[in-house]
Every structure is written in C-alpha cells, then in structure tokens.
Design a binder for this molecule. Structure first.
Ligand SMILES: Cc1cc2nc3c(=O)[nH]c(=O)nc-3n(C[C@H](O)[C@H](O)[C@H](O)COP(=O)(O)OP(=O)(O)OC[C@H]3O[C@@H](n4cnc5c(N)ncnc54)[C@H](O)[C@@H]3O)c2cc1C
Ligand code: FES
Ligand code: FES
Length: 493
C-alpha cells in the first residue's frame, strides 16, 4: 500500500482535447493509442509499428513542467505510453487541433503543399509539427526552418509522399496566424485542477487484480515497491512499452514514477549537474547544451524527439543495455547514482553499478532517485562517439567515451578514462588501455598502439547491428580517431 495520510485516489485525472476523463479500472492499463481509438473512437491517431519507430501515433501531451504555471506540450508516441502515465496531463490528438470545423494551419499546409498521399502517416506528422510550433512557449513568430523540421521529424516515417513536400508544408505555416494550444484550451482551469491534486497518491486497480501505483513522493514509492516486490517500475515506458507491445511482458503490478516531483528536473551546483532519474531526455538536453555540448550532440541523435520527450535518464541506466547511449559518458565522468531505499539514500559510482548482462546493484526495494554528473573542467578533453547503421533514430552498434587530461609541463597524458559500449554484456571501462596511455605523449603511434591493446579488453558478439570483427575494428580505430579529433583542438606534438 502507498503510505499516505489520505486514502489514495482510485482513478486518473486526464484531459483529452479539453475534456476531463476520470480513468479507472482496466482502462488505466491501456496504451494511450488504444484508449483514444477503442474507448473514445478517436481513430485519427494511427498505429503502424507499435514500437516507437514510425511516429504515426504521435499526439501532444501537456504537463506542468519544472514548476511552471502552464502546460508544456510535447509530442510523444501514444503506442508506447500507458494511460497510468497520464495522470494530470492534457492529451491533444489530431481531432483536437481542428477548430470550428476548419483544418488547423499545419493540416491546411499539408494539403496545399501535397504533403500527404495514403495519409496514414499524416496525423503523426501534423502532431509533431504542431509540437515544434509549441516549443519554447507560445511566443514564436518565426516560421519553422527546413533543418529544424528535418531534425524534429526524425521520429516520423512516410513511405509514399516523400519528405520534401512535408518539409515544405512545415515551412509554409505562419506561426503568427496559428492558434496555440494554450489559446484553444486555456491552461488556467486545467492547471488549477492539476495543482490541487499534485500531492495525491493514486492507486488504480483493475477487476482482474492488476494494480498501478502512482505515488506523489519518493518515500511512498519505496513503500509501494517494498509491498509489491514483483512490480515493474515504469518511468517513460519507451523500453517497457515496446516490451509490452511485443508480448514480452504483461505486468500485473506497476509502479509509475511520473508523479514524483523529487525525481524530476535538473540543478547545477559547484560543477555537478544533478538530474532527477525521471527527467526526460528533452529536459536533460536543454540543461546540458551549454555545459557539455559533446553529450548534447549525442542526445540530438538519441531516438527521436518523441522518444526524448518521454524516455528518462533513470530508465536508460536501469534498462542496463550495453548500448545505452548515456552510459559511456556517465562512466568516464564518474557519475554517482543516488539510490533511494527504505533506510534512506546511498550513493554509488556508476562504474560499480553493473554486475553482468541486465544485472546491477539495486535491491528489490530500491529506486534510482537522481544522477549526479560531475561536469568536465577546462583542463579535460571529452569526446563521445556513437556508431550506428543510420544517423537518426537508430540503436548504437558501438559507443565510446574518452575523458583525458594532459600534463601541460611534460605534454603527456596525465590521466585518461575510456568507456566502450556494444563490445561486451555491459558497458566497459578499459583499465589496461588507460594504464598504458597514462604518462605517454599524445601522439598517433601511441594511440594506435593503445587501440590494439583496447581490442584485447573487449569481447563483442555478432548481431543484426554488426559483426564481432567490425566491433573489434571499431574498438581499435576509435582511439586513432580520438587522436585526430584532439589534434584539431589540442596542441599536440
Ligand atoms: C524508437 C526507440 C528509439 C530509441 N533510441 C535510443 C537511443 O538512441 N539510445 C538509447 O540509449 N536508447 C534508445 N532507446 C531506448 C530508450 O528510449 C531509453 O533507454 C530510455 O532512456 C528509457 O527510459 P524510459 O524512462 O522510457 O524507461 P522505461 O521504459 O520506463 O524503463 C526502462 C527500465 O528501467 C527501469 N527503471 C526506470 N526508471 C527507474 C528508476 N528510477 N529506478 C529503477 N529502475 C527504473 C524500468 O523498470 C525498466 O526496467 C530507444 C527506444 C525506442 C523505442
Ligand atoms: S505506431 Fe509507430 S511509433 Fe507508434
Ligand atoms: S502518405 Fe503514405 S505513408 Fe506517408
């Protein structure tokens, strides 16, 4: 049971296209796309891949973020989002963009620029473009730029129209003449209602015994986890939702972290960026842009905007994939995990977290609460690499992070940390290669020799994303690439 002074609320408070829905029972366990289509008959939202890859199911979800007093709308894939994640959220589907029977400006531009043929992908494109216009609040006056559209639409696939017309349509929309969602659906009453329920613990139970807990605080979450040791923890559900749709899991008990304010947001103090574990990647992207541009570049190609609007840093770490894009960076920075449990919080260096494939140091009654990331200082050189078969919306074949400090006087490597992903069951540090490089000059022959040593520290396998030989070659070559990258920015002899 959730530990709360009051009886937990037994239903979700969700707004959809401006109308309030109190969602209870089995409906709380549906995906949002199924709820829209099957329960509300809003069939404009399409389902194609069911795994976050095509964007046909995109809708906008508005929430109060980082103590703002308005709803911030973000495009998400509704096929991998569950209703229980939507307490105190306003969902806008394609049907909700139309006003007085007229097409929205984005829909109108898609018609006029011939941006739609079979039309199956079109609602998703329209919703994502509407989300781009919503970004940075309602004050936007400038039209969307082609580059902005090309990167903003990487999560939307079209098989028949061709992207030129779609991008043209996005550019043709005049933001000055486009009513924003805050005008179509005034924030005030919704935000006020959500605010008055912000401290509610929620437990929704279905007739078949399934239970979803949405605690408002970390202590209640720990208590719920202790009382339901078999529960599945859900943050953004970009991993869990795919597993569910593929029939790999069908959780009976769910602990949803989305309402826990202590696990949200970022703060920066004394060179350390602290990120709540349930902070989505889009918020991290904004916080990291100026302080670690190298990681910002990795986040730009992390999934798609829909995935980054839902997926979280805690989920990436706890999913424990050897190709999780954040982990090599967090390894070389020596990030610390704040792990909350019944006896308080403990701190753990992320380098000590993983114990084997999908195995890590987290007890059944613990949660990752926050991640503390020491930021690189001026004397350190950081380089991050993601190798994938496609640039956008692709899972990595190989990842690497290198953090190096040079001794100015001797012009040798004072210390260096190297982490590789995709070459073993877990992300690895390369202790022998690091030791070899320490006190050595930063020159090409040294880095090439280090590359040959790095090969011996990894044990890659062959899978659909690449052969073991290819990964071994990457493990070797990436250090030569690191040398040449440094040669452009660091003075090397
Ligand atoms: C189309 C698509 C593209 C993707 N692209 C990338 C990519 O480019 N790079 C990449 O690295 N990943 C990618 N992913 C994977 C995924 O988006 C990330 O791993 C994401 O960060 C997961 O976060 P989440 O909040 O959605 O996790 P969830 O699915 O909610 O949870 C993932 C796991 O973590 C556990 N968990 C979550 N939060 C906590 C916590 N605080 N404490 C303890 N356990 C917790 C859950 O129980 C679950 O086991 C992609 C996924 C999809 C569907
Ligand atoms: S149906 Fe393809 S992302 Fe949802
Ligand atoms: S118009 Fe047919 S898939 Fe895009």
């Amino acid at each position: 049971m959730l530990q709360s002074a009051n009886t937990p609320r037994d239903h979700l408070l969700v707004y959809i296209n401006g109308e309030r829905h109190d969602v209870a029972g089995a409906d709380a366990f549906l995906t949002l796309s199924d709820f829209l289509r099957l329960r509300l008959g809003l069939v404009g939202t399409k389902i194609v891949c069911s795994e976050g890859d095509c964007g046909a199911c995109s809708v906008l979800v508005g929430r109060v973020e980082e103590s703002q007093d308005k709803l911030v709308y973000r495009a998400v894939d509704s096929c991998i989002l569950f209703m229980y994640q939507l307490d105190r959220a306003h969902v806008v589907s394609i049907e909700g963009l139309k006003r007085n029977g007229l097409l929205s400006p984005v829909q109108d531009a898609m018609v006029k620029c011939h941006g739609s043929q079979c039309g199956f992908c079109t609602p998703g494109f329209v919703m994502t473009m509407a989300g781009l216009l919503e970004a940075e609040g309602s004050g936007r006056k400038d039209s969307l730029m082609p580059n902005e559209l090309r990167s903003g639409l990487t999560g939307n696939l079209c098989r028949c129209t061709g992207y030129v017309q779609i991008v043209d349509a996005g550019c043709a929309v005049d933001p000055g003449k486009t009513a924003r969602l805050g005008e179509l659906y005034p924030d005030g009453p919704i935000v006020e209602l959500f605010g008055s329920h912000a401290q509610d613990d929620v437990v929704v139970t279905a007739d078949d015994g399934r239970v979803a807990g949405l605690p408002a605080g970390l202590d209640a979450a720990i208590a719920f986890k202790a009382a339901h040791p078999g529960c599945i923890v859900v943050a953004g559900a970009t991993d869990i939702g795919v597993q569910y749709n593929k029939g790999m899991i069908d959780p009976r008990e769910v602990l949803c972290l989305g309402s826990i304010g202590e696990m949200q947001g970022t703060t920066q103090v004394d060179g350390v960026l602290t990120v709540g574990a349930s902070t989505n990647w889009s918020i991290v992207e904004r916080a990291i842009k100026d302080v670690v541009p190298q990681f910002h570049d990795v986040l730009k190609v992390f999934g798609s905007s829909q995935i980054r609007n839902a997926g979280t840093i805690g989920g990436n770490i706890a999913n424990a994939s050897p190709i999780a894009d954040s982990v090599p960076f967090l390894f070389v920075m020596g990030a610390e995990l704040e792990i909350a449990g019944p006896n308080g919080t403990r701190r753990l260096d992320i380098n000590d977290f993983y114990k084997g494939y999908k195995q890590f140091d987290l007890r059944h009654d613990e949660l990752i609460a926050r991640v503390r990331i020491p930021l690189p200082n001026e004397s350190q050189t950081l380089r991050l690499y993601k190798v994938s078969r496609r640039r956008d919306l692709d899972i990595s074949t190989f990842t690497a992070a290198v953090l190096m400090e040079l001794d100015d006087a001797s012009e040798t490597i004072k210390n260096i940390r190297i982490a590789y992903g995709g070459v073993a069951p877990v992300v690895l540090r390369l202790p022998r290669t690091e030791a070899f490089l320490t006190d050595k000059p930063l020159d090409e022959s040294v880095l090439r020799e280090a590359g040959r040593l790095a090969r011996t520290e990894v044990t890659p396998i062959t899978d659909v994303r690449g052969s073991a030989d290819f990964r071994l070659q990457l493990a070797e070559n990436i250090l030569a690439k690191f040398y040449f990258d440094c040669a452009q920015t660091v003075s090397v002899g």
